[in-house]
Design a protein around this ligand. Structure first.
Ligand code: IMP
Length: 197
């Protein structure tokens, strides 16, 4: 089954292709002939995911998936949250963003360093409805960045199960436990149970 993934983030596209293969052929927005930037002006991950999926679905007429995700750091009252990609400016390198988070947590000890990645996925089904799934992955903010895999905040996100940062995991290991892996697998399950005429 062909689905359009409404994202311009190549890292996410790669991860999601891997998660949904072989049942679903994931095509990019560009491959579907859509080139727009949908403003993420919602206050929740769900709101942003629904807006992106429905906007792109109306333009291409295909089943369209969109996600909105981010890092919530408890010591920072949930920041950067829905503003994760825009935190300190969209073009600021993650080496700087990650160091800034470590610095803001200099007085946080043990469980005070808890954080989670959350991912909301919306699937806009043409002529039907939009389904929505949200999943999280718990972790802790490290005292220094480690690892070169993944992207974004992965070098400072420590995963207890592997005793490594997300950036030290292979993509296969990351997809097994990540917010996006869990949410997209749940979406695949839901799509398989829907009858398409
Ligand atoms: P979105 O593209 O609007 O969903 O923004 C997601 C942002 O959240 C990314 O640009 C990263 O800053 C952060 N983020 C979400 N998922 C991950 C992940 O798996 N690793 C690292 N950073 C992530």
């Amino acid at each position: 089954m062909k689905v359009v993934f409404a994202t311009k983030n190549k890292d996410k596209l790669k991860e999601v292709r891997e998660i949904l293969a072989p049942d679903f052929e994931v095509i990019s927005m560009t491959e579907a002939g859509v080139d727009i930037d949908v403003e993420e002006d919602g206050t929740t991950f769900e709101e942003n995911a629904i807006k992106k999926a429905e906007t792109v679905m109306k333009l291409c007429g295909e089943i369209t998936i969109a996600d909105d995700s981010g890092l919530e750091v408890d010591f920072l009252n949930g920041e950067p949250g829905v503003y994760s990609s825009r935190y300190m400016g969209e073009d600021t390198p993650y080496t700087i963003k990650n160091q800034a988070i470590i610095d803001r947590l200099k007085d946080a000890r043990g469980s005070q360093r808890s954080a989670r990645y959350t991912c909301a996925v919306a699937v806009a089904l043409p002529g039907k409805y939009t389904l929505i799934v949200q999943e999280s992955c718990e972790g802790e903010i490290t005292k220094e960045p480690k690892g070169d895999n993944g992207f974004g905040y992965d070098p400072i996100f420590y995963v207890q199960r592997y005793k490594k940062t997300m950036a030290e995991l292979t993509m296969e290991q990351k997809n097994k436990i990540s917010h996006r892996g869990k949410a997209f697998r749940a979406v695949a399950e839901r799509l398989r149970s829907i009858e398409f005429e």
